[in-house]
Design a protein around this ligand. Structure first.
Ligand code: HEM
Length: 376
């Protein structure tokens, strides 16, 4: 009999579902890493005309025009609105230098440093394993809606991180990787152009996801009595005993508040940057957006985004290779009773008192064989 013909709750089918979840995740991560190289495929369609135009023209009329404006040629604008009379704004040069300077210089180090810290931690400490093998008793941890919001936000976050970093570090890192100005210019330009479009489309998806996460989970993330014990035990790194925790431990609460603050900062500054391109959006804002405001928004967007990405690498590690059984929870909705008691004992005891450990034996739980009230 083939695995797919077995009943839904059969252990072999559950194992297969878990394998599919892990492979899908690995595929998404690999696709994210390789995505910029699609510039070589895109270059024919997106940028072909622009490059051809640039090659064929001896001088670029647009460049000549702006050179003249910078040289002090006066202009007239029939458009009425904030700053329409300002043809060049010199603060923009300071902004561009800051963006090209310290931001581009330090951002890659923050991210590379985080990877290094995680690698060292993993080599020295290893995976946070279950101390008791799962017996088949399960507890529901995440509803289908929570998982939908989590994974939609996570995927949009990865797309935004890859496209955002491509815009920020493209010239410094991607262009040389693509073959430099000689060989890789068209491919890089195509990917950069595609990145902007994709970034603008996925931004609103992430924004909705973040707002939903805040509304759904804020109630579980306020400080509580057990947090101090968790901090003193370094989340379980110091000493042999796993510290007590409720539905969210202190580390997860920090992650939540980073999303609620840095995440919202990224969303709001992103909105400020795109609003001038969409008059109906601009009309909703109480004041008109000036170039200076967009430059400030850009700096905050990039700085908050990099801090958020750096911490997210830690979250992704803890949710996959770092903690046995955590990924299963977010992919199937259920965790083993042993996992729940080890990592979130206070929440687990509450669930058990409410009869939710045995009374919610859903298909995943039944598949493990016995649904029995164990003395845990
Ligand atoms: C892309 C890879 C990601 C993986 C593999 C992953 C994995 C997980 C897992 C396994 C949990 C459950 C932990 C538990 O049961 O205690 C979780 C919770 C959570 N994740 Fe993710 N996650 C990812 C990305 C993200 C992103 C990008 C965000 C936000 C932008 C995010 C926000 C959250 C939040 C808010 C929680 C709830 C727990 C808390 O408050 O910390 N995750 N994640």
């Amino acid at each position: 009999m083939k695995v797919k013909d077995l009943p839904k709750n059969h252990p072999a089918r559950i194992k297969r579902r878990k394998r599919i979840a892990v492979l899908t995740f690995a595929f998404i991560m690999l696709a994210a890493l390789l995505a910029p190289f699609s510039g070589f495929l895109l270059s024919g369609q997106f940028i072909g005309s622009a490059v051809a135009q640039e090659k064929s023209a001896d001088s670029n009329p647009r460049a000549d025009y702006w050179r003249a404006v910078k040289g002090g040629v006066g202009g007239y604008s029939a458009i009425k609105g904030p700053e329409t009379g300002v043809l060049t704004q010199s603060a923009g040069v300071d902004w561009a230098n800051f963006r090209r300077g310290p931001i581009v210089k330090y951002a890659p180090w923050a991210i590379a440093g985080m990877f290094l810290v995680i690698l060292l931690y993993h080599l020295l400490h290893g995976k946070n394993k279950l101390t008791h093998r799962p017996s088949g008793v399960m507890v529901k941890r995440w509803s289908w809606f929570e998982r939908l919001v989590h994974w939609t936000t996570a995927i949009s976050f990865i797309v935004l991180a890859v496209t955002g970093m491509s815009m920020l570090l493209g010239r410094t890192l991607l262009l040389p990787l693509f073959g430099g100005l000689q060989g890789g210019k068209a491919a890089y330009a195509a990917w950069a152009q595609f990145s902007i479009q994709l970034h603008n489309v996925m931004g609103p998806v992430l924004s909705v996801g973040i707002v939903l996460m805040i509304v759904m989970w804020i109630w579980h993330n306020f400080p509580s009595k057990g947090d101090w014990g968790w901090i003193k035990a370094g989340g379980g790194i110091i000493g042999d005993k796993h510290p007590s925790a409720g539905r969210m431990n202190f580390g997860e609460k920090i992650w939540f508040w980073i999303i609620a603050t840095f995440g919202m900062a990224v969303v709001i500054t992103g909105l400020l940057m795109v609003a001038p391109s969409f008059p109906s959006l601009q009309a909703l804002l109480p004041i008109p957006i000036t170039r200076g405001m967009m430059q400030d928004a850009n700096v905050w967007h990039v700085v908050a985004g990099i801090i958020w990405m750096t911490v997210a690498i830690g979250h992704i590690y803890i949710g996959t290779a770092g903690t046995e059984g955590a990924f299963q929870g977010m992919s199937t909705g259920y965790v083993s009773a042993e996992w729940a008691e080890q990592h979130h004992n206070l929440w687990f005891y509450k669930m058990r008192r409410q009869g939710k450990v045995a009374r919610h034996p859903d298909r995943y739980a039944r598949g493990h064989g016995a649904i029995r009230q164990r003395s845990l």
